[in-house]
Write a new protein. Structure first.
Length: 218
């Protein structure tokens, strides 16, 4: 039986790489997206219009899946670095709460979620300039949402993995993944393609189940 994964954040810069890599492995992919026009039709890809903040949409999308991959982002880049403070509902927390509520109804145990270095118990390993951005910009909104998401995931009864990549770039995949748990990753950069490859390869692996690795690219 073909593996079938629900991808959230599928139209994002990492999400589109993840779709291509999952399809290359002959996985069936379901993408729950607000704007289906951002994704072209592909064999093996099912596009469902909706939002992960709507539990009915999540319930519709997850049916028949055996894993969930969330690559959602709380804010876009311009919003994140803005000095103008944004008061916005926690998109990650709301989305993951819906997903975790629905997963048992369909027998889904496996979930991987995208977080960031500095979230949760990795705050001490965030570089100084990230901590400065959190203090001065809307990075605080981002980290609060990641922290809330991580707390929900850790309390769930799922086979979860939280991935915490360093600063992501648009470079072509060039290096291997470096995993750490107790030090600031160096160099502080990672290709989105490398990240996408890592999460797709780990979807049906138990290597990082109940772990929150920090990721960089060698």
């Amino acid at each position: 039986m073909a593996k079938r994964v629900l991808i959230l954040g599928a139209t994002g810069r990492t999400g589109q790489h993840a779709i291509a890599m999952a399809l290359a492995k002959n996985y069936q992919v379901v993408a729950l997206v607000r704007n289906p026009g951002k994704l072209g039709a592909k064999e093996g890809l099912t596009i469902i219009e909706g939002s992960p903040t709507n539990i009915s949409d999540v319930r519709k999308a997850i049916k028949g899946c055996d894993a969930v991959l969330s690559l959602l982002s709380p804010l876009n880049r311009s919003e994140a670095i803005s000095l103008r403070k944004i008061d916005r509902p926690q998109v990650l927390k709301s989305s993951i709460r819906n997903v975790l509520q629905v997963m048992p109804n369909f027998g889904v145990k496996r979930i991987i979620v995208l977080s960031t270095v500095g979230a949760g118990d990795s705050w001490q390993y965030a570089p100084w300039y990230v901590k400065l951005l959190v203090r001065l910009t809307n990075f605080k909104v981002i980290f609060n949402d990641h922290n809330a998401q991580e707390e929900l995931i850790r309390l769930s009864g799922t086979n979860w993995t939280i991935v915490r990549p360093v600063g992501l770039n648009e470079n072509r995949a060039a290096g291997d993944v470096v995993v750490s748990y107790n030090r600031t990753p160096k160099p502080f950069q990672m290709s989105r393609q490398v990240l996408a490859k890592f999460v797709i390869e780990e979807l049906y692996s138990d290597t990082y189940v109940h772990k929150a690795p920090m990721l960089a690219e060698k």
